[in-house]
Design a protein around this ligand. Structure first.
Ligand code: CA
Ligand code: CA
Ligand code: CA
Ligand code: CA
Length: 437
């Protein structure tokens, strides 16, 4: 009533002012008149803009459980105090109300009761930011929109899932606590429901060779006796339990492969305990024998061997080399000889610390020199004869016999030949050696 009187009062004041007559005054009065009418009209909607009652437009933030059927339960209520004086219509806007997923949350337009019409999935949407709207019957807003935030509380409804990881690798004989690799699982839940505790379930081949940090999933060497020559790879089955592994946790299983890398911890040996070879005499630079190395290490670099003749070759008749393609030792013969030689074999690459001795093995090699049918030879290669000036032609001045080296005796069935450029043996010249008689 005050209001209306106030409005009316303004209107009358305007009329009185008009009596005073002035064109400026007329304009001022007109403004006052318009103002008065506006106030009166607003007042007709039943509002009290100058003095307002305590507002009741409440929505506490709401927490709702995922995977829970709330049925007909009122999960929140929006209410404007203006509903006590005029008809108000309530509505909800936002994703989950008037936007996808449309209708998940609805409000009773008459009493403001908010309900949820389906089960919530926190892993899909963890928070809904809705707004409550209070409108007059003509559609205009009765209040400022009010935020209605709904947080979805997590339920432990997801198992840990292991990521696929590349195989890890570690050298054999690595020390205890050597880091190998890390395996992790993820969990779509949050908080403790996603806190994963790791444990090695089993190892293939069996053996308690590794341990896992249960919090980080880092895998380390447990025993310093990994032996690639025994097991070149391990497959570990790892279990991840959420809730830090507490009773009632959910679990996931993962597996990792750990390849064991080679170190040079094996001394090479030869295939056989001793060797025998043969070579024709008078030949040089021929391969007498090939000896094969056995080395349990895998990487060629840890197998590659060098050979040393440690005895029997004092005169240096033999040469032994490594065929780097096949890792075989090739014994070459360089001059006639018959010998028992001893060969030592060791890796080219330094040995791992675990190899106690210097690591070489000595092998005997017997070389038989087979006889080659040899031509006669003159010994010495050049022989001088003295001849008197008075000697007559066809006089025997001496003998120069070829020796059969196979027998050491004078060669038989020998026919003299004339070297290129020499004169016929029947008419020897003093300037040439006599090649035969
Ligand atoms: Ca969950
Ligand atoms: Ca979980
Ligand atoms: Ca080796
Ligand atoms: Ca090895």
């Amino acid at each position: 009533m005050n209001r209306r009187r106030f409005s009316f009062h303004n209107y009358c004041a305007g009329l009185r002012a008009m009596d005073r007559v002035s064109s400026f005054g007329l304009l001022s009065l007109l403004l006052i008149f318009i103002s008065a009418v506006f106030v009166a009209k607003v007042d007709a909607e039943g509002l009290t803009p100058l003095k307002r009652q305590k507002r009741e437009w409440i929505i506490p933030p709401k927490k709702l459980r995922e995977n829970y059927n709330y049925g007909n339960v009122v999960i929140a209520k929006i209410r404007s105090d203006k509903e006590t004086r005029t008809s108000i219509r309530y509505s909800l806007i936002g994703k989950g109300a008037n936007m996808n997923p449309v209708g998940l949350f609805t409000v009773d337009p008459l009493n403001g009761d908010v309900r949820v019409n389906g089960m919530l999935d926190r892993e899909e949407t963890s928070r809904y930011e809705l707004q409550g709207v209070a409108s007059f019957m003509n559609g205009s807003l009765a209040e400022q929109k009010v935020d209605l935030n709904i947080t979805v509380e997590d339920e432990n409804d997801n198992d840990p899932v292991f990521q696929i990881v590349k195989a890890g690798s570690v050298f054999e004989l690595s020390k205890k606590a050597t880091f190998v690799m890390k395996i992790t699982a993820t969990d779509a839940d949050i908080g403790e429901n996603a806190e994963i505790s790791y444990r090695i379930l089993e190892s293939s081949p069996m053996g308690d060779m590794f341990y896992i940090n249960h919090e980080t999933g880092e895998i380390f060497v447990k025993q310093d006796s990994l032996d690639r020559e025994m097991h070149a790879s391990y497959t570990l089955k790892v279990i991840g339990s959420d809730m830090n592994g507490k009773v009632g946790s959910r679990t996931g299983i993962g597996s990792v492969v750990i390849n064991i890398m080679d170190v040079n911890d094996n001394v090479p040996t030869l295939e056989k305990p001793n060797y025998e070879g043969s070579v024709e005499e008078n030949t040089i630079n021929v391969e007498v024998i090939r000896i094969k190395v056995v080395d349990l290490d895998i990487e060629f670099i840890n197998q590659l061997s060098v050979f040393t003749i440690i005895s029997g070759n004092e005169a240096g008749y033999f040469l032994i080399t490594t065929d780097e393609k096949t890792n075989e030792g090739a014994l070459d013969y360089e001059e006639l000889k018959e010998l028992d030689i001893k060969v030592e074999v060791r890796n080219k690459q330094p040995y791992h610390l675990s190899v106690q001795s210097v690591g070489s093995t000595v092998y005997p090699i017997k070389i038989k020199v087979t006889n080659q049918l040899e031509g006669p030879k003159f010994k010495p290669a050049v022989k001088s004869f003295t001849i008197s000036e008075t000697s007559t032609i066809h006089t025997v001045i001496g003998t120069y016999a070829a020796i059969d080296e196979d027998t050491g005796k004078t060669a038989t069935n020998v026919r003299p030949i004339t070297p290129a450029g020499a004169e016929d043996m029947d008419s020897p010249s003093p300037s040439h050696p006599i090649l035969g008689t």
